[in-house]
Each structure stands twice: as structure tokens, then as C-alpha cells.
Design a binder for this molecule. Structure first.
Ligand SMILES: Cc1ncc(C[n+]2csc(CCOP(=O)(O)OP(=O)(O)O)c2C)c(N)n1
Length: 657
């Protein structure tokens, strides 16, 4: 292996040596601990340390790095205390996730490390968001994100590189090309000569370097960093290396030919660098030995601290309450100036006033800038708030949601407009895995609102009409808000934007322009999680939300019974008390929603009523939902599909029970 020291001082060469030695020695210790059953499995970076260490040391301490599962060297090079690392691997409190996540699924914001979730891919979009925040702050910082060669087959790789390129984001995408993705060799993973070729496809500079040569890594990243600070843009850096151990520790490497192992063993990044330092008279063997004993002592002492720490015991309240970041929800009352507004206007109002209130608020979505969005909710916003904050995105839901998380990490609030709620399916992964689990996993809140133009009744067929709120009510960590009226929409959206947690905000498309209400002109908030009785009655309660509220109102006016209508307004958190109070009063309940029946949110409400109001019920709880089919296009089919067509009959059935 050839090392070129360029103009690097002895001091730098030595620092790099200390840097690369540490993760190797930590892993060697962990191998012993694993055999003793004292530590859980992890993903070995042995043989790949030059990439983690060389690139981390080329950045400033306050520049973010987003490592993957083989990058222990990022943690050690950023100075993460070893005892905390060991506590993390033992699932103890002094780790980084309160025992809630394992191996390298953690970050440490004080060290500017943002850890991965298990899913390969989203890290790269998160890096885009962090880099976008840096760019907006004009702070001349670069961001590094890692991926394995296998991870580049995920769509997120394509989406994130594309966004970074279109937005000229200062990100270095490091592809650690180590020959295998679990047992799959590269020849079955991708079909291009080198990743540098892929960079060209995304319109960015891309290089391939020897990832086992720490000087080459350090020098390349330093040069790229200098360059992209001058001229912000992303760069793809492929680092050639090899995975010397099994996919996860103890899983073996039977499927790797011996010749390959032998060839790469010759290229070990540490022994080669060590030899170079000795030959260049930068280090003597005695100095190496003394350095190694110093590190060994640090490792052993740190391990003892972690090992002495108590095993975690579970506390129910702590677990349940750590789903959301607590925030003081400031309630701002509506003033007296009212204007008659459609739902769409009240949402637009909320956004505009929230942009004025929060100067760190960004909105991202397809066609939302000059075009104003397909529903025209952000029409005219670019002129007022500028292209920096009102951002058209390429058509890539997943990486944009991940980028929103990156913005949140780096000090911004963001709103993502799904063009239609249906398209959230291609952004589903980061919502349910990244945003939802973040606070619970490592106390990092995701300050993101995802706006969801939802629902049927507009003849738009199976892919532009779905009700998919139950996809999200099922996922702990998200809040789910679903207003039915312009007044509620404005107040609830303002509160959702103020809330530091991820909120899925549903807006019914068929209500956008079909209903109006007097809405306060001033900014105001409505607390999340509070339902509203919109019509009092005695004979039965209809528990509903969104379009269901309007169906219930319409049909209850057509019949002579006294019906109480409860508009939930927020599904998560759910106002259970208001449901129970109403049902205990009327003794009969229909749970109505536009979503299909099976697995719909109504199933939970129905179950809660049965469990908590059983003695007060005079009849079984009925559910009135749309059919368990996709949403059909043709008018009569759609009418037949929707729950409304069965509501009157359900009411009569229940009254006559
Ligand atoms: C979306 C997703 N699919 C599958 C996996 C399971 N998995 C974890 S690591 C891995 C191999 C990754 O290969 P590569 O990106 O090359 O990284 P390496 O492990 O070689 O460092 C797989 C398949 C996962 N974590 N996430």
C-alpha cells in the first residue's frame, strides 16, 4: 500500500494513527466480551476503520456525521466516552437510548453524530435535511453520510442524491464498498463499474479511492470539504474496502472465498499504516507499544464503569410518557374579527400566520412553490416567504420526509405537503420508523407536520381517494389530527405546527371548497386531543371525524331521532373521556368513518366503548364504514362504497334494537 503524506505534519500523522487504533482495539475487547456473553452482537468495522476515522477527522467537531452500522470509528474519533458506548451495547441507562435500541442505532447530538435506524436508506435523506439547514444558516458546514454498497440499492439512495444535487446541498455521500451486503456479493447487488459512474448520473462529482488508506481518505475528504464550502454541492465518494468479518459478529464468512480474505488481509489499514509510520521515522515500535497500552487501559477502565452500572428495570409510566416530547402548549384565543372562509382558506391562513410566527419554518412539497400546490393552498407564498422556505421538491416522498427530520435535528421546523395522502405510501418508512420512534429511541424529537389531502367523494379512483389515517394511528409516536371544519382546521394546524412532535394532519379534499364557516382572522390555537360535541342528543351517539361529521349532521337532520354527534378532531391523542361521557348518556353508539371497516380506527373506538361503557349500553356498538374494497372511480360505485350510503339504515337499526 502506498502512502503519500502530502504536507501533513507528524502530529497529524500521529493523530490519525491513534484514531485508527482505537476502534480496532475496542472491537478486540468486545470480541472477548461477546464470547463471555457480556455484550450483545454488533456489526464489525474491522478492516474498514480508515474510512470512518479518516473522514471524521477531516471534519470539524461541530459538523454532522451520519454513520451506518460499521462505523465505530466515527464514534471514537468524535470523542464519545467509551464507558457510554459500552453501556449502550449493554442496554444500560448511561448509554444513548435508555436501553431502548441496540448496536449502532443511536446518535449523540452533543458529538454531532446522528445514528441510523435499522432500515438502510433514510440516513441519506436525513443528511440532506441537515445540510439544507446548514445551507440556510450559511454556516459553511459540511455533512457526511455513510452507506454500504448494498444500501445503495434502496430507492432512498437515488432520491437523496437527486435532492442533494438539485438543491446543491453540501453533503459528502460516502459509499463504503466492502464487497458484500450480508451474504450477497456486489455482482448480485449492482451492475455498474464503479459508484463514481452513478454520481455522474445524478449530476454530481464523484470519486473512487482506496478506503483502506487512511491518508488517502483523510486527504480526499479534506479537499472535498474545502471545495464544497466554497461552492456548495454534494459529492459522492466511493471508498474501496472489504468486510473482514461476518455480517454481524459471530455470523461467519463461509460464503467469502479464501483468496479474497487473504488478499484484503494484506491490505489491512492499520498494520500498513503502522509500517509506513515506522519506515518514515514518525513512530518507533516502543512508542506504538506504549500507545497501545494507554488505549488498552482506557478501554478496560471504561468497560469496568459500564459493567458496574445497574441493569435497567422497566417503569411503565416512564416508557409510556417518553413517546412524545413534552411541550407547553400555549393556547391563543381567537379574536373577534371573523371572515367567512372555506376549509382551504383557513388552512392557508394558518400556514401563512405560522410562517410569520416561526422564522425557522420550512414547507416542502411537490409543485407547492410558484404553482401554489395542486390545491392552491400555498398560492402566493413564494412571493412573501421566498424560495428558501417554500420548497418545490422532486417527486420523492421518502427522502423528503427524512430531510424534514434532518431539518428538525438542525434547528428547523418543517411541514411536508403530500400532494395526495395516497402518496404517503412511498414516504411511509421514514414516517413510521424515523419520525415516530425518534423521541422514544434517543430523546430527539421530530418537529415535522405531514399534511395529508385525503378522502373520497371526488371521483378520483383508488389512488387519489384513500382514507389512510389508520396506518398512522397504529404507530406509537405520531399524533394524528383530522379536522372537519375551517375553524378547527386553522386552530389545530397552528397547534400541530407548534407541537415539537411529528403530526399527521388530515385535510379532506372534498371539504376544501364545499364548506365555509366564520373563521377568526387572527392567529389562534386549539389544543390537540380534545373532541367536540357538535350536536347534542339523547337517543344515540355518533362518534366520528372528518367527512363523517358532515354525513352525520346531514342524515340526523333528515330523521326525527335525537342524535348526539361527536367530532373527535384529533385521533391521537384520543379524547376518550368525551366519548365515554356521551355514550354513557345515550346508551347507544355508532362509530362512523370514511375509512374501510377492517382494521379502521373505528375498531379501536368501538372496543374502548365496549370495555369502558358496557354497563351503560342498551345495544351493541355498531360500526358504519366504507366497504372493504379499494375506492372505486365511477360515481354510483363510489357512492355505494362510502359509509354514508349505509348510515341512515344503521341509525334506524340501532334505534330499533
Ligand atoms: C431496508 C432494509 N432491508 C434489509 C435490511 C437487512 N440488512 C441489514 S444490513 C444488510 C446488508 C447491508 O449491506 P451494505 O449496505 O453493503 O453494508 P455492509 O453491511 O456491507 O456494511 C441487510 C440486508 C435492513 N437493515 N434494511
Amino acid at each position: 500500500m502506498k502512502f503519500n503524506r502530502k504536507k501533513f505534519s507528524d502530529e497529524i500523522l500521529l493523530d490519525l494513527y491513534k484514531g485508527i487504533l482505537k476502534p480496532r482495539m475496542v472491537e478486540e475487547k468486545m470480541l472477548i466480551l461477546l464470547r463471555q456473553g457480556k455484550i450483545s452482537k454488533w456489526f464489525s468495522g474491522i478492516g474498514q476503520e480508515a474510512i470512518s476515522v479518516g473522514s471524521t477527522m477531516a471534519l470539524d467537531q461541530d459538523e454532522y456525521i451520519l454513520p451506518m452500522h460499521r462505523n465505530l470509528g466515527v464514534f471514537t474519533s468524535k470523542g464519545v466516552p467509551l464507558n457510554r458506548l459500552f453501556s449502550q451495547f449493554q442496554g444500560k441507562l448511561n448509554g444513548f437510548t435508555k436501553g431502548r435500541d441496540r448496536s449502532f442505532h443511536f446518535g449523540s447530538k452533543e458529538h454531532y453524530i446522528i445514528g441510523m435506524i435499522s432500515h438502510l436508506g433514510p440516513q441519506m435523506g436525513v443528511a440532506d435535511g441537515i445540510a439544507l439547514a446548514n445551507k440556510l444558516k450559511e454556516n459553511d458546514k459540511v455533512t457526511i453520510v455513510f452507506t454500504g454498497d448494498g444500501g445503495t440499492s434502496e430507492g432512498d439512495f437515488h432520491e437523496s442524491l437527486n435532492i442533494a444535487s438539485v438543491w446543491n446541498l453540501p453533503v459528502i455521500f460516502i459509499v463504503e464498498n466492502n464487497g458484500y451486503g450480508l451474504s450477497t456479493p456486489n455482482s448480485e447487488q449492482y451492475n455498474c463499474k464503479s459508484f463514481a459512474d452513478k454520481g455522474v448520473g445524478y449530476g454530481m462529482d464523484a470519486y473512487t479511492i482506496d478506503g483502506n488508506n487512511i491518508l488517502e481518505v483523510y486527504n480526499s475528504v479534506s479537499e472535498i470539504k474545502k471545495d464544497i464550502i466554497k461552492n456548495p454541492r454534494p459529492v459522492l465518494l466511493e471508498c474501496l474496502t472489504f468486510r473482514m468479518r461476518g455480517h454481524e459478529e459471530a455470523s461467519g464468512t463461509k460464503y467469502v472465498p479464501d483468496e479474497l480474505m487473504e488478499k484484503w488481509a494484506q491490505k489491512d489499514p492499520i498494520s500498513n499504516y503502522e509500517n509506513f509510520l515506522i519506515e518514515s521515522n514518525v513512530l518507533s515500535i516502543e512508542e506504538i507499544n506504549s500507545l497501545k497500552s494507554e488505549i488498552k487501559e482506557e478501554i478496560n477502565k471504561s468497560w469496568q464503569v459500564a459493567d458496574d452500572e445497574n441493569i435497567l428495570s422497566a417503569n411503565l409510566d416512564t416508557e409510556i410518557n417518553d413517546i412524545y416530547k413534552l411541550s407547553k402548549s400555549e393556547q391563543i384565543n381567537p379574536g373577534n374579527n371573523l371572515t367567512n372562509k372555506r376549509l382551504i382558506d383557513s388552512i392557508s391562513d394558518s400556514l401563512k400566520q405560522s410562517f410569520e410566527k416561526h422564522d425557522n419554518l420550512i414547507i416542502m412539497g411537490q409543485d407547492i412553490a410558484e404553482y401554489g400546490g395542486v390545491f392552491k393552498i400555498t398560492d402566493g407564498f413564494v412571493e412573501i416567504f421566498g424560495k428558501g422556505r417554500i420548497r418545490n421538491t422532486p417527486i420523492c416522498e421518502s427522502a423528503i420526509v427524512s430531510a424534514a427530520y434532518g431539518l428538525s435535528i438542525n434547528g428547523f421546523k418543517s411541514i411536508v405537503e403530500m400532494q395526495f395522502a395516497d402518496f404517503v405510501s412511498t414516504g411511509f418508512n421514514p414516517i413510521v420508523n424515523l419520525l415516530a420512534k425518534s423521541y422514544y429511541r434517543w430523546s430527539e424529537n421530530a418537529d415535522v407536520v405531514v399534511r395529508m389531502p385525503t378522502g373520497a367523494g371526488v371521483g378520483a379512483g383508488p389512488f387519489h381517494s384513500q382514507s389512510n389515517e389508520a396506518w398512522f394511528t397504529h404507530t406509537p409516536g405520531l399524533k394524528v389530527v383530522y379536522p372537519a371544519f375551517p375553524f378547527d382546521a386553522k386552530g389545530l394546524l397552528n397547534s400541530s405546527i407548534n407541537d415539537p412532535n411529528p403530526v399527521m394532519f388530515f385535510e379532506h379534499k372534498a371539504l376544501y371548497r364545499s364548506i365555509t364557516q366564520d373563521v377568526p382572522d387572527n392567529y389562534y390555537t386549539i389544543e390537540l386531543g380534545i373532541g367536540n360535541i357538535i350536536k347534542e342528543g339523547e337517543d344515540l351517539t355518533i362518534v366520528t371525524y372528518g367527512m363523517g361529521v358532515h354525513w352525520a349532521s346531514e342524515i340526523s337532520n333528515e330523521i326525527e331521532y335525537s342524535i348526539e354527534i361527536l367530532d373527535l378532531r384529533t385521533l391521537i391523542p384520543l379524547d376518550k373521556e368525551i366519548i365515554f361521557k356521551s355514550v354513557k348518556k345515550t346508551g347507544k353508539a355508532i362509530v362512523l368513518h370514511e375509512d374501510c371497516m377492517t382494521g379502521g380506527f373505528g375498531a379501536d373506538i368501538s372496543s374502548l366503548i365496549s370495555e369502558y361503557c358496557f354497563e351503560h349500553l342498551d345495544a351493541p356498538v355498531l360500526r358504519c364504514s366504507s366497504l372493504d374494497t379499494p375506492v372505486p372511480f365511477s360515481n354510483n360505485l363510489e357512492i355505494n362504497f362510502l359509509a354514508k350510503s349505509r348510515l341512515k339504515q344503521k341509525i334506524i337499526q340501532l334505534i330499533n334494537y
